[in-house]
Design a protein around this ligand. Structure first.
Ligand SMILES: *Cc1c(COP(=O)(O)O)cnc(C)c1O
Length: 389
């Protein structure tokens, strides 16, 4: 864990350590089978199958890999369309583009910054095959409405739940809400293994093919279960399984998931309380969490009045030794996004909010360092309010 030294800069992210990782990695080494799919891979997968009721959880080397597998399972043909937000990480869209399908970007809600479910119906065409949702900042998308549109048009629902482990929607955990769900354990996420991810398969009919896709397009999983007498190349696929060393590290993190989440939520709550006054006075907006959603403290952001003020705040905080950052550059406006995707309507909210958003440092075990973030950010925001008054 990082020492809370008042003179050191406050990093934006600091990967959580639980103290149990090395013991399990050493144990994985002692088993002398450190490629993927062994004891710790199965142990982590069992954790997800138990906790998130997945029909099958498959560890992957990244959420990007899990998204690629989801796009393969969606059976996308060239020219098929997948509806998704533009305000997301590139991997959500890349997975679709790699299948020569077209990401169709829809705008986000001004309150949660999640895909605006009221725009879905209008974005559906004859070519639409799936909806990829992203639970931004660990606040769930309005899944009832998404599932309703999906059911009426026969679309697959894939959750990019990279931000959302342990977040809930109407009491149900993120990752259980779609047909397929993708998790990330990249070092910037709540639970980490350096790089890492998982595909949660919530529909039984996708399980067998998902196993093949992860295993280079071979039926090795069925071979190991004794269901076929030799294994061979049966489908497309790639090498998506992480090594046992990574899985062992992740296993230790999973044991601490409640503690890590609670600590992050405590920092989130501290920020939220500290900036309530400045929001009331106007000019700055805090995150908004619908009453039926429970977030996991993944991101704390503020929306500043203008892009210039946001950029200035990032610079000022850097001078104070606080590493605050902005977030996604909307995909529809990026070079590859313009080439491979299209906007399914106005992107006004995405364009506006992405330019005004700042993310504050938020990691497990920040302790009193978060007070420095509160103090410096408040000082700047107070100056801003005074100038505006
Ligand atoms: C981090 C992230 C990803 C990619 O995760 P990796 O594990 O780094 O591949 C995908 N989508 C979203 C929304 C993310 O935040």
């Amino acid at each position: 864990m990082r020492e809370a030294n008042a003179n050191l800069p406050v990093p934006f992210n600091w990967p959580p350590e639980t103290g149990g990782e090395l013991k399990l990695v050493a144990d994985a080494m002692r088993r002398h089978a450190i490629s993927g799919g062994g004891y710790y891979t199965r142990s982590c997968e069992a954790w997800f199958e138990d906790k998130l009721h997945a029909k099958r959880a498959l560890l992957t080397h990244s959420c990007t890999a899990a998204l690629e597998m989801a796009a393969m399972l969606a059976d996308l043909e060239p020219g098929d369309e997948v509806i998704m937000p533009s305000y997301t990480f590139v991997s959500t869209a890349n997975a679709v583009v790699l299948r020569r399908a077209v990401p169709v970007f829809v705008d986000i809600r001004p309150d949660t910054l999640n895909l605006d479910e009221s725009l879905l119906e209008a974005a559906v065409t004859r070519r639409t095959k799936a909806i990829f949702v992203v639970h931004y900042a660990g606040v769930c998308v309005e899944m009832d409405a998404v599932r309703d549109v999906a059911a009426r048009h026969g679309l697959l629902v894939v959750e990019d739940a990279a931000h959302a482990l342990m977040a809930t929607y109407r009491g149900e955990l993120a990752g259980t809400l779609g047909d397929l769900a993708c998790l990330s354990f990249h070092e910037t996420k709540n639970i980490v293994s350096g790089e890492g991810g998982a595909l949660l398969v919530n529909r039984a009919e996708y399980v067998a093919r998902a196993e093949v896709l992860r295993d280079k397009g071979t039926n090795r999983a069925r071979f190991l279960q004794g269901q076929v007498d030799k294994y061979s190349w049966v489908d497309i696929g790639s090498s998506y399984v992480p090594s046992e060393l990574v899985a062992a590290f992740l296993r230790a993190q999973l044991d601490a998931v409640e503690q890590i989440t609670a600590d992050r939520v405590a920092t989130w709550n501290r920020y939220h309380k500290a900036f309530a006054g400045i929001e009331t006075r106007g000019g700055v907006r805090r995150p908004s969490v619908p009453p039926h959603c429970c977030h996991n403290g993944h991101i704390y952001y503020l929306l500043l009045p203008t892009r210039e003020i946001r950029d200035r705040l990032i610079k000022d905080l850097t001078k104070d030794g606080i590493n605050a950052i902005f977030h996604y550059v909307p995909l529809h406006s990026s070079e590859a996004g313009r080439r491979h995707g299209r906007a399914g309507g106005s992107m006004a909210v995405t364009e506006d909010l992405s330019g005004r958003l700042i993310r504050l440092p938020l990691w497990y075990g920040m302790a009193e360092l978060r007070e420095r973030v509160v103090e410096c950010t408040s000082r700047y925001l107070d100056r801003l309010a005074a100038a505006g008054a």
